[in-house]
Write a protein that binds this ligand. Sequence first.
Ligand SMILES: [Zn+2]
Length: 365
Amino acid sequence: MANIFISPSRYVQGAGEMDKIGVYTEKYGKKALCLISAGGIKRQGKQIENSFSGSSAEVVFEEFHGECSKNEINRLNDIVKEKSCDVVIGVGGGKIFDTAKAVAYYCGTPVIICPTIASTDAPCSALSVIYSDEGVFEEYLFLPANPNLVMMDTDIIAKSPVRLTVSGMGDAMATYFEARACAASGATTCAGGKVGVAALGIARLCYDTLITEGYKAKAALEAGACTKAVEKIIEANTLLSGIGFESGGLAGAHAIHNGLTVLPECHHMQHGEKVNFGTLTQLVLENIPEEELADILGWMTSVGLPVTFAELGITDTSREHLMPVAEAACADNDTLHNLPFEETAESVYNAMLAADAYGREALEQ
Ligand SMILES: [Zn+2]
């Protein structure tokens, strides 16, 4: 099988770029459906509308209903057709992008992704994660193309809640370990091929950037400052992690994240926060050296990512309660099987218990 590398056609990152979204859009269509949350309309609605006044394209806003579910995608497909839109824009967070990408795919239009947060690696990918209307993971929808344009306005992202950017670091921290596992096992990645040196190199660069810039970026963001470290972390969370996971592959961290979605008490946690615990669990499954584990745990706690059940909101740690998480992580259609060795629900359950114990110890230090 061939190595396959895919990426968005264009990635733009800079301060004040949202002012140009109307001008960017006219390259792709005449009438845009802009999928955005109610809060997003309040915060960016005027700015987006104004940006279209200098553009030959027009925009209609549609409020997102909250889940990237089949029902929501079908509802929006009907609106795109009814309003004769020929391009879809998703403004906001991960579930909005995934929905916008799926709608554009079914309607045969280009798609523009404008994250207002840097909390996941969803923006750049040719992938939508489909959930039930209740927020339980259902399936991955692999799309034939990546977004036409991903546009990050760093002014907007630097003002977003710090917890979200930190969560993005959690999602990004999984990238290298999952790509490394896929390279070792010869697994087929999300891009539909094997891991090449470009994808593995980008995944490694993502890891190095997080380690060197993560804490500096978090501290700067808490002070309301947009610094070079913040800009590097925005790029690591979005572009490096996005390309890295897609052409480098997913493995244990995301499968364990998907397992955690069966617990209602975890629904309030961010994607990257759950992925972070998944990474820790994968590293236990891989039995990495103690020193390496201590370094990674030290980084995770320094930026404030959850490393214990308690931090994820899980108070019932009985076998009966946690075994369904491990079983879901081992589902046939999930990526745990991309690890270079055979795992079972029993071994995942045990690794989760150990990850929690290491996490508790790291927090005490
Ligand atoms: Zn992710």
